[in-house]
Structure formats: C-alpha cells, structure tokens
Write a protein that binds this ligand. Structure first.
Ligand code: R1P
Ligand code: URA
Length: 291
C-alpha cells in the first residue's frame, strides 16, 4: 500500500486533518456545506443534539443529530479554491487511514448537500426562490488540475463554447451533472431545477461593475441567452461546479441548493434574505431526513 508523505497529507500535531481540524470520528456521512461560517449554527440549531463543535480559519464544523440521523454541517468560506481543500479533506477523513497514510480498502461515499446563496440571471427566477443545480458550468478551472475528462459533460461543453465567445486567457469551461439520486429525493413543487454557472469572483467574474470596466461586458448576456436542449443557465455563484466535480471524482454524491438573493436580470434583491435562508435550511433538513 502506498503511504502518502507527511508533506502531501498534512496532519495537525494532535493527528487531525490540517485545515478542517477534524478527526475521522468527528464527521457524519451526510455533510451539509455552507459558505458563511455564521450559517453553521443556523443549521445546527435545528439539531436535537450537537455533539461536536470544531473549527479553524473559515472552516467551522458542527456534528449532531437531526431526526435520528447523524449530520455534519461545515462552512467552506467563499470560492472553488476553498472547495478544493474542503472536498479533499472530507474525503481523506473517510477514505484514508491516518495511521498508515494509505487508502482504506473499503471506499466510503459521503452525501454532500450545499446550502448557499446565488444570483439569478433569468427574469422569471424570483428572489427568495430556491434552486437545485441540475448541472454546474464551471468557469473557474479547478477541475482541469485533475484527470477529470471522463466526468465532464462534453456535449454540453461543446454547445457552450460554440455559442459563447470565450477569451483564451480564461480557463476552458467544464460542465458536471448533478447527482440524479439526490435530485430525485429533493424534487419538490417549491424547488426550481436550474443550471448554475460558477465563477472565481463576485464582481468582474459575475459581470458586476462598480468602478472597474470589464474586459468582457457581454459575459452576463451571453450566459443568460445560452441554450442547451431548451434549458438556460439560471444563476451564478462561486462553489457548485467544484463541489459537483470533486464529489464525482472522489466517489461522493452531491446536490447544491441555493436561495436566490438577487436577480441580475431585473435588478431586484431579497427584502429579507435571512428569512429566505431559514426557509431553505428547513426545506433542506426535511429532504435530508428522506435520504
Ligand atoms: C458570495 O456572496 C458568496 O455567496 C454565495 C457565493 O457562492 C459566494 O460564496 O454562496 P454562500 O452564501 O454559500 O457563501
Ligand atoms: N452569490 C453570488 O455569488 N452571486 C450573487 O449574485 C449572489 C450571491
């Protein structure tokens, strides 16, 4: 069995994983990820018991019980660079033996549910609605650092690059399908199914102009008019493509749920984003208890 060097799988002095600061036994097999560290307690306050509260940097974890199911909720902070850390370390916690530093003989598959916020780019998608991502379109480039061609939706990708002029300075867009089993379980009249584009920033990379002129001012228009088999890209955020891609590569199941806090197509924002998030958390926990 190959043993992974100390420089590649870094453990803290107490033997916990480097960034997440967790031991394997601290993690449940169903993991809710949230961007905002303050959102962790908003989720875990619904648990009957919280047995573990740990954290380091922006990565706060609470593990406890909800409806007789053990759940972990962890904050990822913002961005696909953080998702690279979180997904690799979550996987290491269940699939690498920290004593031998080798892969465990039996693979454990996690169920990962993102509860996040997003901006809609289609007029019809109202603020405060909730959306699950059927596909994620990654504009961020993270997946290109891994051997990931086999999990990418190449037809979708070809349609994208045929319809949208893509500057050679930007990473090639990649497309990952959401997990069908989880999408079926979460199906609901109150849930929109959409196609989520993930990018590396909130301002320029999502076509927001404050003081800096954009290199490609047409980006948001081309994203919102792009069409693949009569389905349009519905929303923009900063983590889903990496969560879908890394989960698939590592053998985990993931679904991304987002509350729409802004609609870029009609310039509206939620009047009560906290209440909308509370509703999404209750919705997600109810569905998770059916997994
Ligand atoms: C930007 O405000 C952040 O909000 C969205 C984006 O993906 C980005 O992380 O998600 P979260 O609310 O989960 O952080
Ligand atoms: N999060 C994003 O990344 N973009 C938005 O427009 C809203 C939330």
């Amino acid at each position: 069995m190959t043993s992974i060097d100390a420089s590649e799988l870094i453990l803290n002095e107490d033997g916990s994983i480097y960034h997440l600061n967790l031991f394997p036994e601290d993690l449940a097999s169903t993991v809710i990820t949230v961007g905002d560290p303050d959102r962790v307690a908003e989720v875990s306050k619904h648990f009957e018991v919280v047995e573990i509260k740990k954290g380091k940097r922006e990565f706060i974890t609470h593990t406890g019980w909800y409806n007789s199911q053990r759940l972990s909720v962890i904050s990822t902070g913002i961005g696909t660079d953080n998702i690279d850390i979180v997904l690799n370390e979550l996987d290491a916690l269940v699939n690498i033996d920290f004593k031998t530093r080798g892969e465990k003989p039996k693979h454990t598959s996690l169920k990962i549910v993102r509860i996040g916020t997003t901006g809609a780019i289609q007029k019809e998608l109202k603020v405060d609605s909730i959306l699950a991502s059927k596909y994620a379109v990654g504009l961020d480039g993270l997946l290109h650092y891994y051997q990931s061609e086999t999990i990418q939706e190449s037809d979708y990708q070809t349609a994208f690059t045929n319809q949208i002029p893509w500057p050679p300075t930007h990473p090639t867009p990649y497309v990952i399908a959401g997990d069908n089993d989880l999408l079926k379980i979460f199906k609901d009249v109150n849930l929109h199914l959409g196609i989520t584009a993930t990018n590396v920033g909130f301002y320029g990379p999502q076509s927001r102009v404050l003081r800096l002129p954009l290199k490609n001012p047409e980006l948001i228009n081309s994203l919102s008019t792009f069409d693949y088999k009569n389905q349009k890209i519905t929303n923009l955020e900063m983590e889903t493509s990496a969560i879908y891609g890394m989960s698939k590569l590592l053998g985990h199941k993931a679904i991304s749920l987002n509350s729409v806090v802004a609609n870029r197509a009609n310039g509206t924002v939620s009047k009560d984003p906290k209440l909308a998030m509370k509703k999404l958390i209750v919705f997600a926990l109810d569905k998770i208890s059916k997994i």
